[in-house]
Design a protein around this ligand. Structure first.
Ligand code: DLL
Length: 432
């Protein structure tokens, strides 16, 4: 049930002590080996010795994605390349790619933390784990792979893509745990339905999904269609990759691996901590990373901490599923709107499919958002009246939820572009 009970169920006091010790050694490491941090500490007139409690964390500078870009490719590494055994990079779709490195020890820790997440979700060495995340520069494939091997499960490193083959392998190899993005899990489920493959033809028990935001409605749909326990897991390459946090079988928030990551939740505008339990931007300081430590890394992911004890017995704090990103936020007629808010509304309406896209355009001086959502074939082709009723219902609920009006367009099943990795939810035509 637990992978490392001494860490996952550690007392909060012991944890705080461990975090402080590890923070201090991380600060010494970056101050002596990373010119970027040395310069920042000097500018702020602080040195690692000034940090004598966890509250002192607030004296430290933030690190942003731009800092990583400015130091491309190896500028923030804290060890010589000779000690680096693995390099990953983020896709860089929004500018310069960012590069991260791992020592032998980092890889060992990473595998152990992913093993924790897998174990929490139910995976044991008796499982056959199909990893449908891309292998390559993306951390998803290799990260989950090493973790699953560490658990002792039988790993199928199929990587992403080739959906038909994924299903064939799932049947033939009797896969019990599926690992991929939640949107890809739905794509797999849809194709199975189309091909008339009954869920009983599979041996699936668990699905571990991450890499992109999803909703409770999507979880329900995946669990029903694939007849599995679907858990959420979170991570980012700048900090390590998958393995930063993951849900246990309670499925009520993700336990953060706090013995390796110190987290804060801040107001992205004032940069001050939000009151306990409120939503803000997650900020992470790595506590054990050797090759690529980061101090107060601004993830741009929005969440809140759930400090109440979890019935599973783990003492590691949970975070709520990621609600969106600060840079995903759309400002429409002055109102902040997150795709996840729209998603929750859409999926509550009967007849919609869990595939949608938000198209943002500029109409004169104003931003206009059109919500495109797939609906079942019967509604799309046969029932004009039902269609207009549905549009009105969605619009009404969106006004209540968001406080502003948006356009709604129903589209046929499978007409929105599918992705084998992370789904593209927002098409912003304003930048074109
Ligand atoms: O997506 C690492 C990962 C791979 C995590 C596989 C889990 C499973 P990046 O490509 O660097 O790394 O993207 C990180 O993806 O800042 C979030 O915005 C988003 N993200 C990752 N996991 C989740 C999740 C990997 N469970 C960025 N829920 C992060 C919501 C997530 N968003």
């Amino acid at each position: 049930m637990y992978w490392e009970p001494d860490k996952e169920c550690i007392s909060r006091d012991d944890l705080a002590q461990l975090q402080l010790e590890r923070l201090q050694s991380t600060l010494c490491r970056v101050a002596s080996h990373v010119p970027f941090y040395r310069k920042k500490f000097k500018e702020l007139a602080i040195s690692p010795e000034d940090i004598s409690s966890l509250d002192d964390l607030r004296k430290l500078p933030f690190t942003t994605k731009q800092d990583l870009r400015d130091n491309y490719p190896y500028g923030l590494f804290a060890v010589p390349l000779r000690e680096v055994v693995r390099i990953h990079a983020s896709s860089g779709t929004t500018g310069q790619a960012t590069v991260v490195g791992y020592t032998h020890n980092d890889i060992k820790n990473w595998a152990g933390l992913v093993a924790r997440v897998l174990t929490g979700a139910g995976v044991t060495k008796d499982d056959v784990v199909q990893i449908a995340f891309g292998y390559g520069m993306f951390t998803g494939g290799f990260g989950l792979h090493y973790g699953a091997e560490t658990v002792g499960a039988s790993v199928i490193p199929i990587s992403s893509g080739n959906t038909k083959r994924q299903i064939q392998i799932m049947q033939d190899f009797r896969t019990t745990a599926l690992v991929c993005t939640p949107s890809y899990a739905l794509l797999l489920a849809d194709l199975m339905e189309e091909k008339g493959i009954h869920i009983n033809a599979l041996s699936l028990k668990y699905g571990l999904f991450g890499g992109e935001p999803w909703s409770e409605a999507m979880r329900r749909e995946i669990q029903d269609k694939l007849n599995i326990i679907a858990t959420d897991n979170y991570g980012l390459s700048e900090v390590m990759g998958p393995g930063v946090a993951g849900e246990c079988q309670e499925r009520n928030g993700l336990h953060i691996n706090e013995d390796h990551f110190l987290v804060e939740v801040i107001n992205p505008e004032t940069l001050e901590p939000v009151p306990p339990g409120e939503i803000g931007e997650l900020v992470i300081t790595t506590l054990t990373k050797e090759a690529f430590p980061v101090i107060r890394y601004r993830t741009r992911d929005l969440t809140r901490l759930l400090p109440e004890p979890c019935p599973c017995g783990r003492t590691l704090t949970r975070m709520q599923r990621v609600l969106g990103r600060t840079d995903d936020m759309l400002i429409i007629k002055g109102v902040n709107v997150y795709p996840s808010q729209i998603e929750e509304v859409l999926f509550d309406v009967e007849g919609t499919k869990p595939h949608y896209q938000l198209v943002v355009e500029r109409d004169g001086r104003l931003d206009k958002v059109t919500v495109m959502v797939e609906v079942s074939e019967t509604i799309f082709f046969d029932q004009m009246k039902k269609q207009s009723e549905m549009i009105e219902l969605i619009k009404k609920r969106l006004v209540t939820e968001l406080g502003i009006g948006v356009e709604v367009k129903l589209v046929g099943e499978k007409s929105l572009e599918r992705s084998e990795g992370k789904a593209k939810r927002v098409v912003d035509k304003r930048k074109l």
